[in-house]
Design a binder for this molecule. Sequence first.
Ligand code: PLP
Length: 437
Amino acid sequence: MSSLTASELAAALAARAAAVIPGGVNSGQRRVPGLEELVITATSGATFTDAEGRVYTDYHAAFGPPLLGHNDPDVDAAVAATGRSVDLMGVGVTPVEIELAERLVEAVPSVEKVLLTATGTEATFHALRVARTVTGRRHVIKFQGCYHGWHDAVAMNVISPAEKVGSKDPLSAGILPEVLDATIVVPFNDADAVERALSEHDVAAIILEPIPHNIGAVLPVPGFLERLRSLATEHGTVLVFDEVITGFRHGLGGYQAVCGVTPDLTTLGKAMANGWPVSALGGKAELMDLFSTTPGRPAFFAGTFNGHPATTAAALATVEKLRREPVHEHVFRLGERARTGLEALYARLGVPAVVSGFGSVFVTYFLEGPVVSYDDLLRNDVDLFVGYRRELMREGIFELPLNLKRSHVSYAHTDDDVDRLLEATEVAVTRYLGTRA
Ligand code: PLP
């Protein structure tokens, strides 16, 4: 019998996946053109290994969770230890849930009380449900370019084609038109548009990523978040910061602790447990106490896996490590080095580029700045954005080759990694531009 080569083995695995998993992947966001045969067999620190045995330095980071690096030993040990002593009971509460909630209340300015669930989507779903409960109102405001998960009220207008900007751009079929109608989409950084929407409609909630990282990193202009805060207060609307990406990654207190604007509700997820499935919804006690976890209260809240002890232990271990070790100092420093290095590189190459980001996050848009709203990103040179990232893979570096996707450094990345990133980016961009000269 002839033995298969590594690449034949990888192709065979991908074919098996495609035969029994629709599209061969378990999330629509993992189906990346050109990477149909990518099968991952291992992760470690700042790297992952594919089924062909190739090792990549990972800047995709699963869309953000492994802030400490993949397979962090402290987090994984906490999961194993807790898993040995207590697993899911589905009644009452466990000490680890209490301890995590206490840590979150201490760290995140808006969080007076907090509920745990498993995914960011669940957290934003419940945020909007309780906002509608307390206000008795129908509409919610979201921003073009922000993503808050896959539920019907928010699954729209993320990376929209130019012709869809300004109208509803649902991510999916099967959403009731009434639900689409009840979500008002406005441009990010346009507080006047928010004010108009608030005066024309009965708005229960304004939900936003304080930095829209689902389109890279569009930074809020000075005063924008402050103005949203005062408009929400003035109109009796619930202000929700979706900090599923920015929480933990930009600081233990989330971006709200950095910018000094305190929302009514906050959603957390992703980096919260360094890759284990945990999310949270927290905020003002008067809102959080409306959930049915308090008997007789009107906003139903449930979930078989909510507060799972092992994954909650992962979150607690992550929080403790963020407090104990200079994680943010490290990732902020490397992020800054990457951004300034890339800026210098593109200036030297004469390639029009805007390098953006915050803390550990960086992204290069290939366009003339400034970048203030999603409309500006329609000028991005998509082919170059995706093309150089495919070339980067040949250099052993992985930045997701999809338009507008951000990259992340973790605590496991090193200065050498950033040096290699800069060298490899120069090679990849130059080679890609050569192919279309
Ligand atoms: N909110 C934001 C800002 C996100 O980026 C995401 C996922 O990418 C979500 C919510 C949904 O989280 P999940 O995929 O865990 O349901």
